[in-house]
Every structure is written in C-alpha cells, then in structure tokens.
Ligand binder design. Sequence first.
Ligand code: SRM
Ligand code: SF4
Length: 573
Amino acid sequence: MSEKKLSANEYIKIDSNYLRGTIVEGLADLSTGSMCEDDQQLLKFHGTYQQDDRDLRANRRKHKLEKAYSFMIRIRVPGGVATPQQWLETDRLATEFANGTIKLTTRQAFQFHGIIKSNLKRTIAEINQVAMDTIAACGDVNRNVMCNPNPYLSKIHAQALKVAQDISTHLTPQTRAYHEIWLDGEKVESTEEDFEPIYGKTYLPRKFKITVAVPPSNDVDIYANCLSFIAIVEAGELVGYNVAVGGGMGSTHGNEATYPRIADVIGFCRPDQVVDVAEKVVLVQRDFGDRTDRKHSRFKYTVDDYGPDWILAKLNEYLGYELGSVREFVFEDNGDRYGWVEDDNGNSHLTLFISGGRVLDTPSYPMRTGLREIAKVHDGDFRLTANQNLIIANVSPANRPAIEKLLAEYGIKDSELKSALRLNSMACVALPTCGLSLAEAERYLPTLITELEESLEENGLRHDAITIRMTGCPNGCARPFIAEIGFVGRGPAAYNVYLGGGFAGQRLSKLYRENLPADKIKPLLAPIFARYAKERNEGERFGDFCIRNGYVTATVQGPDFHKNIKAEAFAKA
Ligand code: SRM
Ligand code: SF4
C-alpha cells in the first residue's frame, strides 16, 4: 500500500500549513461566489462546504451565469445539547444569513444552508460568540461525537454525555488556523509555531465518527460508526464501556469494493480509560488507514483489511494495556421515544418529531416561530437526537404550563398524531443542496410515507414501528443500510430498495429491488405489509419477518456484500 501514490487530498493537507491554504485570500475575492478547489477541501475541516442550488442550475447555465454558489455550515454540538440562548442565536443566524431553515442532522448537529461567500466569515464568527463552533464538523478528523441525548433521565446518561464531550474536546484539532481565519486570532508566521499533537500534519486518512450509547437505546446507531462506546451498567453503576469498531455506511454504485459495514464489538474498558482508548483507536487509523484511495480509506476498510483481531492487538499495543472481554448488553431499538417523560427530579422532557430534521415555518405550521418563542421562556435545554428530532429537555414543573401553552398556540402537535412508520423515518438532505445526490430524499420521503400509510391503515399497522430511511445516494447519510426499509437514490425518482435491517440497527439490510421507479414503491411494499399484518409471529419485527419469509436473506458482512445481495435480488425480480 505504501508504494502507491497518495491521494490528492493528502498533498492538499500537507501543503495547507495546518488547514490554512489560501482560504483568507479566497474569501476576499468577491468576483466569484466560489472558492478554489483546494480551499474547498480545506474548508470542510473548518465546518463548511461549498454547494450550489441544483434547482437553479439549468436556468443559470441557460443564461450563462455562474452556478448559484453558497455554503453549508455545520455546527458541532457534542452529545447534541444546546442552551436556549444557542437555539435563539442559531435561529437568528438562519434568518439573517441562511435560507431561513435550521437542519438538525443525523449526527446531532445543526446545519445552515445557503450562506453566500461574503457572509461566511461573519456567520462562523457569530456562531463562536455563543460558545458553539464548526471546526472538525467536517473533514478528515473526528466528527461530532454523538451520545444518547437524555442525560437527565439517569446518572448513567449524564456520565455518558460527559464522556462524549471529553472525547470531543480531546480530539478537536489544535491548529490555530481556525481562530486566525474566522475569529481574527493572532496570525501564526511559521509552520513550526503550529502543532497537531494527535493528528499530525496530514490529519486522518478520512472522516472518523464516534458515539457513546446507553443500552437499551441504540439511538446513536453505534453499528454505523467508526468507534463506539457502549455503557455497561451493573448493579445500577456504570462499570465501563464495550468498545465497537469499524462501522460505516458509505458506498458507491457500481464500485463493489465499497460497502456498508456493521461495527465489531472487540473489548471493554473502564470509564477512566475511554478518552485514551478513543485517542489510540484514532492513532491506529492515522497510522494504518489507506491514504492512497479515498474510496478505501475509512476505518471500516482498515478493520476489514487487517481483521478485528489485529486491530485489537494493535490497539492494546498502543494503549500499553489490554482491553477487557466484551460484557453483555442488549439494544432494543434505534429510534426516539416521543412525547413527554418525567425524570426522578420532577423535570420533564418532550421529544418532538421533526420531519427530515428541517426546522422551518410553513403557512400551515409555524414550527420554527413556535420553537423560538419556547426558547425565549425555556429554563432547560434543547437536545438534538441522532434521528434528526428535537427534545425540549429539562422543563421545570413551574415552567411546563408555559411551554405547553406555546406548543398549543403554534400547533406543535403531539407525535401521537403521526403513524409509527413516520415517527421512525429519516431522510438525508439530498436535493437541492447536496452535490452528490442522485434523487430526492428529504423532500420526497414524507410524501411516500403518506402513500404507504394508506396500506398500513388498511392492514391495521398504523401503530407498528418500522424503521424507514431514504438517502439520495449510497453515501448513506441517513444510515439507510441498517433500516428495516431503506431507499437509496439511483437516479431522478428511482431508488434501490433494501429490506431486512435490524430494528435496533444491529443488522444490515439487503437489496430487494434495484433502480425501482418511485411510483412502483407502494405496489411493491403493500403486499408485504398485508402479509406482515396477518402472518407475523408474536412481537416479530418487520425486518426479521422479511428475512424469515425469504424476501431477503440475512446479511453476509464484508467485502462480498454486493455480490451476495445482487444475486438474490435478481433471482427475485
Ligand atoms: Fe453525510 C457527504 C450530509 C451524516 C456519509 N453528507 C455528505 C455531504 C457533505 C455531501 C458532500 O460531500 O458534498 C452532505 C451535505 C448535504 C447538505 O446539503 O447538507 C452530507 N451527512 C449529511 C447530513 C447533513 C445528512 C442529514 O440529512 O442529516 C448528516 C450530517 C452529520 C453531521 O452532523 O455530521 C450526514 N453522512 C452522514 C452519515 C450518518 C452518520 O454519520 O451517522 C453517514 C454514514 C456513516 C458513515 O460515515 O459511514 C454519512 N456523507 C457520507 C459520505 C460517505 C462516506 C464514505 O464512507 O464513503 C459522504 C461522501 C464523502 O464523504 O465522500 C457524505
Ligand atoms: Fe447527499 Fe448522498 Fe448524503 Fe444524501 S446520502 S446527503 S444525497 S451525500
């Protein structure tokens, strides 16, 4: 591997002087709305992506205009916890600089879309003024660390959140470039003055993702992450964490060397070892990840190339001590628990379904305004979930009537009004901002679910939770390959359909139909829903039912993923 030429991004990083590149000069050039190619790559490390409005592309081309360039900004929110003040500022910035919406992402972060170049610096600076930041929200570094977002429900959750925040802080890049470029920090004159103690000059081969989960909830989808810590509770006390490595979703149509992968649980560590373990796993990937081919550089491929046993041995060597044996744990689901719950302290928490994670006002549903008014009086905090939903958390008994009044006033409806299928749905951004999307997702899944709800109603399945996820391409940003029903965009209004994922996100789904036109989805699934209603075993989940009845077979993990699933799909078509 070392003989092969490094990928182009490696040289961009080496030459960037710790992520500076020519970003400052590029921002100053207002003759174009875009940045040069190399700086676009570096900007990701600073938490922003150059995009263009794909709905406007054809028209602008016709009129010989530059693409409608703008920037997406991702705000890191470790563990997904934000104060009411941070919510209000995010809301203000969405109006002032972005497209008037706030996107809650599948990794518990905020995103803005539609920021023009001349507003980029000011927006990032103002995000930092409310103690949030965007560094390492994207790029070849550790990303937003996810954590089960209900810490006040028990002391275990609070400990897990603390661990997630500690990992996040420890793995945040140290380069002063971020402060220099966006916050007018003091300029560093020579490379020697800057230093990345963990990452080094070339950072990681590719993005790296970490979660902390508290069973029985797998809402952070540990099996889809590079590294996860699974809290182990014995006799009511947190005794440590199982360590899982090598999960990931991204793949590319037609490139069978790329595939989604479920993480392996390889060991156990004490709470005080977690940050060290996280660092050393990152170092193993830094040193052994493939830097020659970005399609093969995620940690999941390092784990497959060397094998989980080798990874464990190397990790133990880097740690200087050995991980313990895996302890028992059970995950029951990977969804959110909707509605109000009360904790031991008498505070309440309300989980709200946010379709596609998009917080916006429509003429019939002024949700964003309602949440803004709630933030003005809220004495607790807001929690973003890994399912793109929102928890109004830690509402004191005294304040709950005021919050309830505002919820009613703005029609922020109870989740009970929605089908269990919808409440267990996720869609990635896709069109019009994502440059990689091949089909709609966020803008189409709600309509498709309305169609599917008709057959669920006919079969008495309205209250049966089934996980359903859609992405506009196989990068898998809404983790479709572990949903019970997954749709992955192939082209305009055409999707690969996957079935058989595990309800707790513990098993990959399998390809059931390839390149299916969107209008054929309901006719395809309606008969399966009908059989499921009649023939399922007691408590049997939809994904398990699909496997038991031969719609798909259970997944074979690893590099043969595509070969296996294709043979089956074609046999059935
Ligand atoms: Fe993602 C790239 C949006 C979670 C796998 N993802 C992108 C980009 C930045 C497109 C690009 O590179 O130009 C998308 C921006 C769209 C837009 O307009 O906003 C994008 N990803 C998202 C978000 C916003 C989806 C959402 O609707 O919530 C999620 C932001 C998470 C965050 O806050 O950090 C998001 N992306 C994920 C996840 C889920 C997760 O992390 O749990 C995955 C699958 C897990 C994984 O990483 O394996 C994911 N995104 C990818 C990939 C495939 C990586 C790979 O292994 O090949 C890409 C493409 C790439 O990196 O080259 C990608
Ligand atoms: Fe874009 Fe594909 Fe990710 Fe959806 S899955 S946001 S289309 S990269």
